[in-house]
Design a protein around this ligand. Structure first.
Ligand code: SF4
Ligand code: SF4
Length: 235
């Protein structure tokens, strides 16, 4: 990631001031943060699956409980693994074993069909993942034009209710084995559109998602990381 990029937020061990501060939760445009408790029992919960990476919470955290995270290895197999909490007693420490697929159904290569339901910035980053700099084809990943030729469905954007049926048809047109990857915060939760009257609040409301890649949009390395996890090439 570029030296000036801040990435998505992460939680640190630094104690939070609790609800007497609450600045991060108040300023977050997607309600991704919840601060509860006080004193030693204060906890900060952060949903990376709702985060659009605006950095406002980082800029407004006086205790450095929330810091930038420049890692691009952010993709997970289970939605709940995007729910962070700064309390080690409560934090769900998921093992790599738990994150691993039981088998690798796709062998050495994977053909991906991209369906965009959003603003197209995520699609541009998928395109960038295929350019000569990131070159995802060297990992055996290529984008195809038809779901009939695809092993994986990469969904971007805030899935509207009107897109649920077309997405389902696209998925049904794919042969087994097949995989679904939610690319970007909109596809995971609806992002800034979450809860609106047209919104399905994420692709997993209609299809079984195998890998979630957070970010708005995710960095091309994050997209490659997620697709390799979908292939079973990476834990
Ligand atoms: S970086 Fe994410 S969690 Fe923080 S304020 Fe912005 S949207 Fe909310
Ligand atoms: S996650 Fe961000 S970049 Fe991707 S479709 Fe939504 S608003 Fe656009």
């Amino acid at each position: 990631m570029e030296s000036t990029a801040r990435g998505l937020p992460k939680l640190t061990d630094s104690p939070c001031r609790g609800t007497s501060c609450n600045r991060c939760a108040e300023i977050c445009p997607t309600n991704a943060i919840n601060v509860f408790g006080s004193g030693d029992t204060t906890k900060v919960a952060l949903d990376l699956g709702s985060c659009i990476g605006c950095s406002l919470c980082i800029d407004n955290c006086p205790t450095e409980t929330i810091r930038e995270n420049r890692s691009t290895e952010l993709a997970v197999r289970r939605r709940e693994h995007l729910l962070l909490i700064n309390d080690h007693a409560v934090e769900k420490e998921f093992s790599k074993e738990e994150e691993s697929p039981k088998t690798n159904p796709f062998g050495m290569s994977l053909s991906a069909r991209v369906v965009s339901t959003g603003c197209s910035a995520c699609d541009l980053e998928i395109g960038a993942a295929g350019n000569p700099i990131f070159d995802m084809e060297r990992f055996g990943v290529r984008v195809v034009a038809s779901p009939r030729h695809a092993d994986a469905l990469l969904v971007t954007g805030p899935v509207g209710k009107g897109m649920q049926m077309p997405l389902k048809r696209c998925y049904e047109a794919m042969t087994e084995p097949k995989s679904v990857v939610a690319v970007g915060t909109c596809a995971i939760s609806g992002g800034v559109h979450k809860g609106s009257y047209t919104e399905a609040n994420g692709v997993d409301s209609v299809l079984p998602v195998d890998v979630y890649i957070p970010g708005c949009p995710p960095h091309p390395w994050s997209i490659i990381d997620g697709v390799l996890k979908a292939m079973g090439k990476k834990r």
